[in-house]
Design a protein around this ligand. Structure first.
Ligand code: ACO
Length: 376
C-alpha cells in the first residue's frame, strides 16, 4: 500500500480552467459565458444559447438567422442513420440507440478527422441539427408509429415536438421545452463533459468524444436520473404513499433519484427555473395529483435528509407531462448537452494536454509463473 492521498471520484480536484460556464455552489448560481442561466432561459432561444456556448458571445440577429437557416436545412434523419436504427431491437434502450446513431453519423460524415476549430464547429452544428430527428424517430418506432418529416417553418423546440408527436405544440409546452434545453445545455466538468474532454485530449475526433459522453450520461447517477425520477414517482403512485415508501427505500439504502449533487450541497441553481416551467405544465394539463406527489416527496426527503433536488427532479415529470416516454428523457438531455460537450471539445483542443492521471497500485506483490525460465 502507498501513502499517497487518493481523491476518489476526483472529488474536489480542479483539473483545468474553463471559460464556458461557472458553477458557484455558495450562491447557487450558474453562468454560461458570464450570463446567469435563468436570464438566458427567460429571454433566449436554445439556438442562441448554443451559439453563445460555442462562440463566447450571444449571436447578432444576422448570426442567429444564419444558424437557424442551417439548422432547419439539416434537421432530417439521414438514410444511413435510419437504416441502422431500424436494425436495432425495439427493446434497446434509447440511449444505446442514440449512441449508435451518433456513431453512424460520425462514421459516414466527411472530414471526420479534421480537428480544426472550424471543422469542429461545423460538426457541433450538424449534431445539434441531427439529434432531434434521431430521438423523435426512435420514440415513434417504439410506439409503432411512422417517421414524421421535419418542418422548416418551425423553430428548434417546436420542430422537435412536431417530429415526436405530429401535432403543433402549444406555446406553454414549447416554452417549457426550450427552458429545459437551455438549463441542460452546460454544467462545467460533469462526468459526461469530462469524458468528452478526456477523449479529445488524445486527439480523437469530436464524434468519438460525443459518443463517449453519451455513454457517460446514460448512468443513473448522472443523466439517467431524469428517467429514474419518473420510475420512482410511478412506483410511489400518490402523495399519501410518500412516507411509507420513503421509510422502506431508506431502510434499503436506496438512492432517491433526482436528489443530491456532487457540487451543489444547498440546492441546484437550475431547479427553481425548471420547477416554474413544470408548474406551467401542471396547470396546462391539470396534473394536480402529480404536482402533489412531487411536492410531498421533496418536502419529506429534504426534511429527513437535508439533500435537495437537482435538475432531473423537475425535468423528469415535465417531460412526462409533455408526452415523452420515460425512456426518452435522457436522450432529451443529450440533445441539450451536446452543445456544452462540443464547446468543451473545442476548448480542450485549443489548449490540449493529454489527460492521464496516476493510480496507486494495491494488487499482489511481484510474483512469477511457476517453471518459467527467461530465455537468453
Ligand atoms: N438519496 C439518498 N441518499 C443520498 C442521495 C440520494 N439521492 N444523494 C446523496 N445521498 C447520501 C449518500 O448516501 C451519502 O450518505 P452517507 O455519507 O451516509 O454514505 C451522502 O449523501 C453523500 O452522497 P455521495 O453519493 O457520496 O455524494 P456524491 O457527491 O458522490 O453524489 C450524486 C452525488 C451521485 C449525484 C448523489 O447525490 C446521487 O446518487 N443522487 C441520485 C442520482 C441523481 O439524481 N443524479 C443526478 C445528478 S445531477 C445531473 O446529472 C443533472
Amino acid at each position: 500500500m502507498t501513502d499517497v492521498e487518493i481523491k476518489k471520484g476526483l472529488a474536489g480536484v480542479t483539473v483545468d480552467y474553463t471559460a464556458i460556464s461557472k458553477v458557484n455552489p455558495e450562491t447557487n448560481s450558474l453562468l454560461y459565458r458570464g450570463y446567469p442561466v435563468q436570464e438566458l432561459a427567460a429571454t433566449q432561444s436554445f439556438e442562441a444559447v448554443a451559439l453563445l456556448l460555442w462562440n463566447g458571445e450571444l449571436p447578432t440577429a444576422e448570426e442567429l438567422r444564419a444558424f437557424e437557416e442551417y439548422e432547419r436545412a439539416n434537421r432530417d434523419l439521414d438514410d444511413a442513420v435510419r437504416t441502422v436504427i431500424d436494425l436495432l431491437p425495439l427493446e434497446a434502450h434509447p440511449m444505446d440507440v442514440l449512441r449508435t446513431a451518433v456513431s453512424v453519423l460520425g462514421a459516414s460524415a466527411a472530414g471526420v478527422d479534421d480537428n480544426s476549430p472550424a471543422a469542429d464547429l461545423a460538426k457541433a452544428k450538424l449534431l445539434f441539427a441531427k439529434i432531434p430527428a434521431m430521438v423523435a424517430y426512435d420514440q415513434r418506432r417504439r410506439r409503432g408509429e411512422a417517421l414524421i418529416e421535419p418542418r422548416a417553418d418551425l423553430d428548434y423546440a417546436r420542430n422537435f415536438l412536431w417530429m415526436t408527436f405530429g401535432e403543433d405544440p402549444d406555446d406553454v409546452v414549447a416554452r417549457a421545452f426550450t427552458v429545459s434545453m437551455v438549463l441542460y445545455a452546460e454544467h462545467s466538468f460533469n462526468a459526461s463533459t469530462f469524458t468528452a474532454r478526456v477523449i479529445t485530449s488524445t486527439t480523437a475526433d469530436l464524434y468519438s468524444a460525443v459518443v463517449g459522453a453519451i455513454g457517460a450520461l446514460k448512468g443513473a447517477l448522472h443523466g439517467g436520473a431524469n428517467e429514474a425520477v419518473m420510475h420512482i414517482l410511478d412506483e410511489i403512485g400518490s402523495a399519501e404513499n410518500v412516507g411509507p415508501w420513503l421509510d422502506a427505500a431508506l431502510a434499503e439504502k436506496r438512492k432517491i433519484m433526482g436528489f443530491g449533487h456532487r457540487v451543489y450541497k444547498k440546492g441546484d441553481s437550475r431547479v427553481p427555473t425548471m420547477k416554474a416551467a413544470l408548474d406551467t405544465l401542471v396547470e396546462h394539463y391539470g396534473a394536480g395529483d402529480l404536482a402533489a406527489l412531487y411536492d410531498a416527496l421533496e418536502a419529506e426527503f429534504v426534511g429527513r435528509k437535508g439533500i435537495y433536488p437537482n435538475l432531473d427532479y423537475p425535468s423528469g415529470p415535465a417531460y412526462h407531462l409533455m408526452g415523452f416516454d420515460t425512456l426518452t428523457f435522457t436522450p432529451l438531455f443529450v440533445a441539450a448537452r451536446v452543445t456544452g460537450w462540443t464547446a468543451h471539445v473545442r476548448e480542450q483542443a485549443a489548449s490540449n494536454a493529454l489527460i492521464r492521471p496516476l493510480s496507486a497500485y494495491n494488487g499482489p506483490d511481484e510474483r512469477h509463473i511457476e517453471g518459467y525460465v527467461a530465455s537468453e
